[in-house]
Ligand binder design. Structure first.
Ligand SMILES: *Cc1c(COP(=O)(O)O)cnc(C)c1O
Length: 235
């Protein structure tokens, strides 16, 4: 193991420990939470190191950075977690397994068409990103739009609705944010479960707030800096 791999391995062990402690506190089994490693700003070599350490779910938030890394590291599941421009839908549908940040009808349309044309084997997984404070500038569908976006996803044969995602608003207590997301998830599950399954994913929790997210039912935590180190500000 090179020094960087050792560093990541130690961080990974600490993050897994946090996840299992949070699960224990919540009365949940640790295998009900999937760790998605967010690798933005870090090189493809780090993605390969994570994969070698057993992390097979990897996420990025910008297509221009994700596309070359996905090409360089096959064999992991790629999650797209950032604000997505419609003109990038084609590219993202080519490598992503799941898009966590679907927040408008226009984006559903673009992704649906892109996924249909991409020649991919199964449907592209999609989560509705929820704007918990109804401020859509940082991404996310506002309260009244969430179910319309979910409905449009279920209507597309090339997309599969998996659940909901959110980022806790900066000035909110995480418990309040993730509690609200859990309530939204329950509504979406109840309304859109069907023969293709239940949209039961809750993508919530990052390096600083994963414990609260797990307490409120998160099934997918998106962890970057706690695994790979602090990023330079700006991004
Ligand atoms: C960067 C990012 C993360 C990871 O954040 P950390 O605080 O580094 O764990 C999670 N979700 C999204 C949408 C991100 O952009």
């Amino acid at each position: 193991m090179d020094a960087r791999t050792e560093e990541i391995a130690a961080n990974l062990e600490a993050v897994r420990e946090r996840i299992s402690n949070a699960c224990r506190a919540a009365g949940r089994e640790p295998d009900t939470v999937t760790l998605v490693a967010i690798t933005k700003t870090y090189p493809a070599e780090d993605v390969a190191r994570l994969a070698a350490l057993g992390v097979h779910d990897v996420g990025e938030n910008r297509d221009q950075e994700a596309a070359p890394k996905a090409a360089a590291v096959p064999g992991v599941r790629w999650h797209f977690v950032g604000q997505l421009q419609r003109n990038k839908a084609r590219s993202v549908a080519g490598y992503a397994d799941v898009v966590h940040s679907v927040d408008s009808l226009r984006l559903v349309e673009a992704l649906s068409e892109a996924a249909a044309r991409s020649g991919r084997e199964g449907p592209l997984g999609a989560l509705v990103q929820v704007s918990l404070d109804d401020d859509d500038r940082r991404g996310g569908a506002v309260t009244g739009a969430v179910e319309r976006v979910a409905e449009a996803i279920t209507a597309s044969p090339s997309l599969r609705l998996l659940g909901v995602m959110a980022v806790a608003p900066l000035d909110w207590a995480p418990d309040e944010a993730f509690g609200r997301l859990a309530a939204m998830s329950a509504r979406i599950r109840q309304r859109f479960s069907g023969p293709h399954g239940e949209p039961d994913w809750i993508s919530a929790g990052m390096s600083d707030d994963l414990e609260s997210a797990i307490l409120h039912g998160s099934t997918h935590v998106r962890v970057g800096s706690a695994l790979l180190g602090k990023r330079t500000p700006l991004r």
